[in-house]
Ligand binder design. Structure first.
Ligand code: 5GP
Length: 181
């Protein structure tokens, strides 16, 4: 792996495909054990989580379902600020064991706004599986139940994550070079 260019910026190798997949197998084993006999519903958040969700779900050996949603943010009224809503959640989640699959938790704002909406639909339980977490960027603390990697507060691309639309198809993770900041 060597330095790559996406749009106008340079990125250096960060995590190999092997490192990512080895970690995903460990997370999947934990989920398989924790949810044995419970038929969880994975809700993967598009676009960024598609590759993580796919690789994670392939390692799930218990009965499980998966669906995909997109989050759209709207400017609400002055009092409510901006509001995040789900598009495409066509599953009934009442009484289900839900596992949210997210690519990266940065400030925590997205999930902090979205989780209460899901909770409103009365799932039996809700947990979070995130590939990456940047603790230094936290504004809204969240409990991440199944975490791939804790990473420094640097912009990353690859493995489903984009920089302005590009880079999602890269099998590894790259991070912004210092001089590119
Ligand atoms: P949060 O609401 O936690 O601040 O942000 C979560 C979303 O921001 C992620 O789902 C992702 O789309 C985007 N994001 C945050 N950090 C990065 C990053 O380093 N690289 C990329 N490509 N997206 C990021």
């Amino acid at each position: 792996m060597s330095i790559i260019r996406v749009h106008d910026k340079e990125f250096e190798p960060y995590l190999t495909a092997e490192e990512i997949n080895a970690r995903i197998r460990i997370i999947a084993a934990q989920i398989n054990a924790d949810y044995a006999g419970k038929k969880p519903l994975f809700i993967a958040i598009l676009n960024g989580a598609f590759m993580f969700a796919s690789d994670l779900f392939k390692e799930i050996t218990i009965d499980a379902e998966i669906c995909f949603i997109k989050l759209a943010s709207y400017k609400g009224t002055k009092s409510s600020g901006h509001v995040i809503t789900a598009i495409g959640l066509d599953m009934d989640i009442i009484g289900r064991e839900v596992i949210i699959v997210e690519d990266i938790v940065d400030t925590g704002k997205t999930l902090n706004e979205f989780l209460p909406q899901l909770q409103h639909q009365q799932p039996a339980s809700m947990s979070i599986a995130a590939l990456l977490h940047k603790p230094e960027a936290t504004v809204y603390p969240l409990k991440i139940d199944y975490l791939g990697f804790t990473i420094p507060n640097k912009f990353v691309v690859g493995y489903g994550l984009d920089y302005d639309g590009l880079g999602r198809n890269i099998r590894e993770l790259y991070r912004l070079c210092e001089q590119g900041n």
